[in-house]
Design a protein around this ligand. Structure first.
Ligand code: HEC
Length: 197
């Protein structure tokens, strides 16, 4: 049912938005529809991720759940992919090498760092690049994330550490505190929203 509502919404947006900017352009306030769409994808993906994590932690313990913090492995991600939407998370201190910041990501990242320094409220942003629409949203550390991304001696269990380090030998995603910027959601709408022909 949720999926039907989502795709109906998607089609309405597809008809309502006629965006074919050829050049790199950026805006934070004229793209309310994409923000709404991105926000709803983030919510569904995050809820699925959290539920999967909590369920797996309960049944297999933290060590068993360690690989489940991967949005691209969630079945919901495949549903989006079939609609031309990719969902990922990126970070300057990434655990998985494939979640490193790209050049475009770095521009958005720098803006969030600046907003934090200015004590501004962090908001989702839209970037138009050729026929793609990119949605970004900051990911803030929560207390439940500390057991895998917190301080080594304090938050991450002794028996969990070797599991993380053997799976991710180049891990940079430890040492965080709750409330810190952990990463960004990066959603790409790859299919043209309107058929131009
Ligand atoms: C059970 C351990 C565990 C918990 C709890 C956990 N993570 Fe992760 N996190 C991981 C692992 C493992 C990866 C690498 C996943 C992959 O291979 O893509 C990861 C990756 C990420 C990434 C992608 C960037 C990167 O570093 O590769 C972000 C962002 C992230 N986690 C944020 C969070 C947030 C926010 C929370 C709390 C809501 C959280 N994590 C809770 C283990 C965990």
């Amino acid at each position: 049912m949720k999926k039907t509502i989502f795709f109906t919404f998607f089609i309405i947006i597809a008809v309502a938005c006629n965006n074919n900017d050829a050049n790199y352009k950026e805006t934070t306030d004229t793209s309310a529809t994409y923000i709404k769409q991105g926000d709803s994808i983030v919510k569904i993906t995050f809820d699925t991720l959290r539920n999967t994590l909590l369920k797996t932690i309960a049944s297999k313990g933290l060590a068993g759940a360690v690989t489940f913090c991967n949005v691209e492995a969630l079945p919901i991600t495949a549903v989006y992919a079939s609609a031309g939407i990719t969902v990922s998370r990126v970070s300057d201190k990434n655990r998985n090498a494939k979640n490193a910041l790209t050049e475009m990501d770095k521009i958005e990242w720098a803006k969030y760092i600046k907003q934090i320094a200015n004590k501004d409220s962090l908001r989702a942003a839209i970037v138009y690049n050729n026929n793609e629409v990119h949605y970004y949203k900051p990911i803030i550390m929560q207390p439940m994330c500390l057991s895998c991304h917190g301080t080594t001696e304090k938050d991450i269990a002794k028996e969990l550490l070797p599991v993380i380090d053997s799976l991710y030998p180049a891990d940079k995603a430890k040492g965080y505190k709750a409330g810190e910027l952990r990463g960004m959601w990066h959603i790409v709408f790859t299919k043209p929203m309107v058929d131009e022909k």
